[in-house]
Design a protein around this ligand. Structure first.
Ligand code: SF4
Length: 533
């Protein structure tokens, strides 16, 4: 069965005109969307949206996908839930204006339909296409003079923290939460209560609805009492896992029970370790790599805004066109992952544009400098503009900046004039004989008398040398300042999306940041067109 097409009228009637006249100060985007909805959701984009129904064999939705995609956008613009969005199609004339249903007294869509459509958008990567469409709209509406823009893109990349929506728990609550989730799941499958299963397994700590800390009944401010509770908790977790595997082997071998057992096991390994004093388990010293911090959102991680400021959740990454300020790509990574891991996804999305998809310059934060995307840009004749690292190393000895690098000859010259050849990614040692007789030795190295001064040469040392030279010039510093625009884009996204994740997991939050980026782009297009008018 063919999907229904959304055919919004272009012509603005008298009632719509009067309504739009009231949107001059607030809600300007409603009026803009009313005027440009037929261009944004043109024939070809609507066909793409409809394909998501045909390709997966799903039946026809009673609401045109184009209309649903517009609702998704409005939802991002007003930051409202699915339930609220559905209500607003009845009670808010501005929503009705954009959706073409002025005067309707019943919702045009059910909440479940909107939810299902969002899932489809995610599955088919249509959120990326929506963002791409906003850039295409900028071109078709002539918001920018495309002929005057540089042929190759100048792209700025940066990230900002996005607090996760899941509750972050301490080790004891986290482990208890995980085991209770397992018990609750098994209880539904086998038709018994979770408390029954816990009692039968010999784990009374999980047999009641009491919080785990109340069940353990300790003075939690006393470190000794807290430490004494851990072996008991750990023992009962092991007892439950062993009992389930023995008595419900079939269920334990397949999802969802097997996945929940794996999750408990993983959390146990991440949070506990054998107590060397022989008292069973204790809370692990230090933080396990990639430690899960929330049961509700298992993909959230601890991250750092700076050395002293931490956050829990994700990083949202944007790549924007320096010349038009349009956001070209957006993605999300867990907060503990390095920036460089996000760059390939951003670059891939930029390459998917039909034209103006070659990156000539990347303006990036230092965190992205080691990404393959930067290497590729340099390898294809592009340029990278970034603050260099200024590693001073041991402050009691000459910093690296006192050594002179010759990029062409690949030599390094020390303050006393000794010359050595270098290879990126290695350590250069100056001649121990020369260093032992050098007058500057005490200021240069603390190595023993049979060793010379060493200098670490980074894998990207040649790039770093170039960046250090550039930043030393007014022109280089001016070039670097162009990167500021991406910070403004991140601030706009923060205002649109908020700084707390709406959804759980990387993919759904990527959807949300792409939607917010689409709204920010539409506002940019609107602003540019208003300026030109
Ligand atoms: S100690 Fe060695 S590396 Fe340092 S200035 Fe003297 S000769 Fe050069």
């Amino acid at each position: 069965m063919a999907s229904m097409r959304w055919n919004p009228t272009q012509e603005v009637n008298g009632r719509e005109k009067r309504l739009m006249a009231r949107l001059g100060r607030t809600g300007k985007l409603f009026a803009f969307l009313r005027l440009h909805r037929h261009e944004l959701f043109d024939e070809s984009f609507q066909k793409e949206l409809e394909r998501s129904y045909r390709d997966n064999g799903a039946g026809k939705e009673p609401v045109p996908p184009g209309l649903l995609a517009m609702m998704v956008l409005l939802q991002g613009y007003r930051r409202v839930s699915d339930a609220e969005a559905v209500e607003l199609t009845v009670v808010d004339l501005r929503w009705q204006l954009v959706l073409g249903c002025l005067g309707m007294e019943e919702p045009i869509v059910a909440q479940g339909t909107l939810f299902n459509f969002r899932q489809r958008m995610i599955a088919e990567n249509l959120d990326r296409r929506l963002l791409e469409r906003t850039v295409e709209l900028a071109r078709s509406t002539k918001a920018f003079d495309w002929r005057k823009l540089p042929k190759d893109l100048r792209v700025a990349i940066d990230s900002s923290p996005l607090e996760g929506s899941g509750r972050v728990e301490d080790t004891i609550n986290l482990l208890a939460h995980a085991i209770r989730k397992l018990l609750a799941c098994l209880a539904v499958i086998v038709g018994r209560s979770a408390g029954d299963i816990a009692t039968a397994a010999g784990a009374p700590l999980f047999a009641t609805d009491q919080s785990i800390k109340a069940a353990l009944d300790r003075e939690w401010s006393d470190p000794d009492q807290k430490a004494a509770a851990v072996p008991l908790l750990s023992k009962q977790i092991d007892t439950v896992l062993a009992w389930i595997r023995e008595h419900f082997a079939e269920q334990a071998a397949k999802p969802p029970v097997s996945e929940l057992i794996d999750a408990v096991q993983r959390l146990r390994d991440q949070n506990l370790e054998p107590d060397p004093s022989g008292g069973g388990s204790r809370i692990r010293e230090g933080v396990a790599p990639d430690r899960q911090v929330s049961i509700q959102d298992p993909e959230m991680r601890h991250g750092r805004k700076s050395k002293s400021k931490r956050f829990n959740g994700y990083k949202r990454h944007l790549a924007a066109d320096v010349d038009t300020k349009l956001i070209l790509a957006a993605t999300v990574t867990p907060a503990n992952r390095p920036e460089e891991e996000a760059a390939p996804a951003l670059v891939l999305d930029i390459r998917a544009y039909a034209d103006r998809n070659k990156i000539g310059e990347i303006y990036a934060d230092r965190g992205y400098i080691n990404s393959a995307a930067v290497d590729e840009t340099l390898a294809t004749g592009g340029d990278v503009i970034c603050k260099p690292w200024f590693a001073n190393g041991n402050r009691k000895t000459f910093p690296k900046s006192r050594f002179v690098f010759n990029i062409r000859d690949r030599t390094i010259t020390c303050p006393a004039g000794e010359v050595e050849h270098f290879v990126p990614g290695t350590v250069v040692e100056f001649d121990p004989e020369a260093c032992s007789h050098c007058m500057m030795r005490s200021s240069c190295t603390m190595a023993g008398h049979d060793a010379g001064r060493t200098v670490n040469i980074g894998r990207d040392e040649l790039l770093q040398i170039r960046l250090r030279r550039e930043i030393a010039t007014p022109k280089g510093r001016e070039r670097l300042r162009k990167r500021v625009m991406i910070e403004h884009s991140l601030a706009h996204i923060g205002r649109k999306q908020g700084n707390r994740a709406r959804y759980t997991g990387v993919r759904k939050n990527t959807f949300d940041v792409r939607r917010a980026a689409s709204v920010v782009n539409l506002e940019t297009v609107h602003r540019e067109l208003s300026k030109a008018a």
